[in-house]
Design a protein around this ligand. Structure first.
Ligand SMILES: [Zn+2]
Length: 430
């Protein structure tokens, strides 16, 4: 096997016009790193002149070579380059000169196609552009240019909306005006639908109104959290959609209120001069998690020694003690448990009855939470009838956050959005 054939095989170069000689590989220090530099010649008889189109009848002559250094994929962990001496030609018909071309690299480009393909494949992995650039020994700008040229850019078609939508948001990138960006997906197929830079009402309205009325009228349900502009939006733009409040966010409301009340009670106890109150403070501080547990899951059979109580108790005893400290805390706890039970077990009547009761004994925080729930009662009852939830979008959202984190925050939203779509396989490679 000749050296040329052998080297072409090693470097996976298909172009038979590239010839390698003896000593074609050298170790050269490039940017402080040892690199494998291969040298080769690209030469052949030109068939016709690209300038005037004349066929070569001894009218095109070889006219020296021009060296260009092409970035190859790594070889055995070393950066690799190909010093390619490209044949120059002179056309005697039109006196123009031109270089020999090869398919391993595009014209006027110094990065091999193999490297570009590898970069484009890395775009699907959760790894920052900076790291992809370092792996391939190219600049970060090159990486983003390759991404841009390798994938179709995402264009929303305004003729279709999923029947079942799901809304969520995430903290935006630097160049966005709004603090939060908006993400929406299909709650049936779990496909990402679109990502928008701004979740403010007027922006979302502007976006959704681009879909014709009959497309919007086909939307049947939208799952959302308790962010009220979403509810206004949904009523405005989706005439037939039922609003479903995500169950997790319903419980989050009462969960937050219960925690706030507990902290208020604790702050009162801490400042007290009574030693018992300060001990109660420590107990609430240590066992707060038990208050958030489902009532029927609190253990009442296993007795353990509790240092703070100086005796053996089961978790149920601890909960009872904590609730005995403050009557408002107890009332809040009952409210929290009732809402949680009703939502998790889809007890519509129980939920309806409870939010419509008077809540005199509750803390202001919990009263406010109850008002919020009462205001969204119709939508919450929907969520107890349908199975759709925000679970899928939370997963999508987590992935988006990881993409953002590994990229050390994107500055440009369009760029960021494209990377998201590449990762969710929504963009076809060109
Ligand atoms: Zn010519």
């Amino acid at each position: 096997m000749s050296i040329s054939k052998y080297m072409r095989n090693v470097l996976n170069i298909k172009d038979l016009n590239i010839h390698f000689g003896e000593n074609c590989c050298q170790d050269v220090v490039i940017k402080g790193q040892i690199a494998k530099v291969f040298s080769a010649v690209l030469t052949f008889e030109a068939l016709r002149c690209p300038n005037c189109g004349m066929e070569n009848q001894q009218s095109i002559v070889k006219n020296g070579t021009k060296k260009s250094r092409i970035v190859l994929p790594e070889v055995s962990g070393y950066p690799a380059f190909l010093d390619l001496n490209k044949q120059r030609f002179l056309c005697r018909e039109c006196s123009s000169t031109f270089s020999a071309q090869t398919d391993i690299v595009e014209e006027n480009c110094f990065i091999s196609r193999a490297t570009k393909v590898s970069i484009a494949l890395y775009a699907r992995k959760t790894i920052s552009e900076k790291d992809i650039a370092a792996i391939h020994h190219v600049s970060a700008n090159t990486t983003s240019r390759v991404f841009k040229n390798s994938y179709n850019s995402f264009k929303q078609s305004y003729h279709y909306l999923p029947k079942h939508l799901c809304f969520d948001e995430f903290k935006s990138v630097k160049d966005c005006v709004g603090a939060m960006s908006f993400v929406c997906c299909d709650s049936q197929t779990h496909q990402l639908f679109d990502v928008l830079p701004d979740r403010r009402l007027f922006k979302l309205r502007e976006y959704f109104l681009r879909f014709p009325y009959e497309v919007r009228a086909r939307v049947e349900t939208v799952v959302t959290d308790l962010y009220s502009p979403y509810m206004i939006l949904i009523k405005e733009v989706f005439p037939n959609a039922k609003i479903i409040i995500d169950r997790f966010h319903i419980i989050l409301q009462v969960n937050r209120a219960l925690n706030q009340t507990r902290i208020q009670v604790m702050n009162g106890l801490r400042k007290s001069s009574e030693p018992k109150d300060r001990r109660d403070y420590t107990k609430l501080k240590n066992y707060w998690k038990l208050l958030l547990m489902d009532q029927d899951k609190v253990d009442f059979t296993n007795f353990r020694y509790h240092r703070l109580f100086k005796k053996g108790m089961c978790d149920k005893d601890v909960v009872d003690y904590l609730l005995g400290i403050d009557p408002t805390l107890k009332a809040n706890y009952d409210a929290y448990q009732t809402i949680k039970y009703a939502v998790n077990h889809k007890e519509k009547e129980m939920f309806k009855d409870f939010v419509n009761e008077s809540h005199k004994s509750l803390s202001p925080n919990m009263k406010k939470a109850m008002q919020t729930l009462k205001g969204a009662e119709e939508y919450i009852l929907n969520s107890l009838s349908y199975t759709y939830s925000n679970g899928v979008i939370e997963g999508i959202n987590n992935k988006i956050k990881v993409i953002k984190r590994v990229s050390y925050g994107y500055r440009n939203f369009i760029h960021f959005r494209n990377r998201i779509f590449i990762q969710f396989n929504l963009l076809q490679a060109i």
